[in-house]
Design a protein around this ligand. Structure first.
Ligand code: ZN
Ligand code: ZN
Length: 142
């Protein structure tokens, strides 16, 4: 899901859902900021999803009892606030937790790095930037 990272850069991030019931903090880098065009992200979010990956060891949440998980596949679940509906997390049980970037407090000082699942893009928009594009997670589109 993301490349290896070191945790000595002093980065930290915070974020929360729209109603504020669920807060989180990441005390370490956020890796691989990307846009996912897959059909599941589109249906859950209403468009596409911008997400980045935090090391699970760097991740802490408050208000977890307000979070609901939806098992969107046989290997991953999606966390959202059961009060306001904000979609926050993607969790495949690995050492990484996916964080939806719209929930991050500003400034993030991050930049999007790539598009994934571009083959699943909907027909009502175009990808019109110069970021690298991938089929699925990691097959480059040339
Ligand atoms: Zn909420
Ligand atoms: Zn997706």
């Amino acid at each position: 899901m993301a490349k290896a990272s070191s945790n000595d850069g002093g980065e930290s991030y915070s974020g929360h859902c729209l109603c504020g019931a669920v807060h989180y903090r990441v005390t370490g880098p956020l890796e691989d900021p990307h846009i996912c065009h897959c059909g599941m992200c589109r249906r859950q979010s209403g468009h596409f999803v911008a997400a980045a990956a935090a090391k699970r060891a760097d991740f802490a949440m408050t208000g977890e009892d307000h979070l609901s998980w939806f098992d969107s596949s046989d290997f991953a679940r999606r966390g959202f606030c059961r009060h306001c509906g904000s979609i926050l997390f993607w969790d495949d049980g690995s050492e990484w937790v996916g964080i939806n970037m719209g929930s991050l407090d500003q400034p993030t000082k991050l930049r999007l790095e790539r598009h994934i699942f571009v083959e699943d893009k909907a027909d009502y928009y175009d990808i019109d930037d110069d970021l690298p594009r991938f089929r699925g997670l990691d097959q480059p589109v040339t």
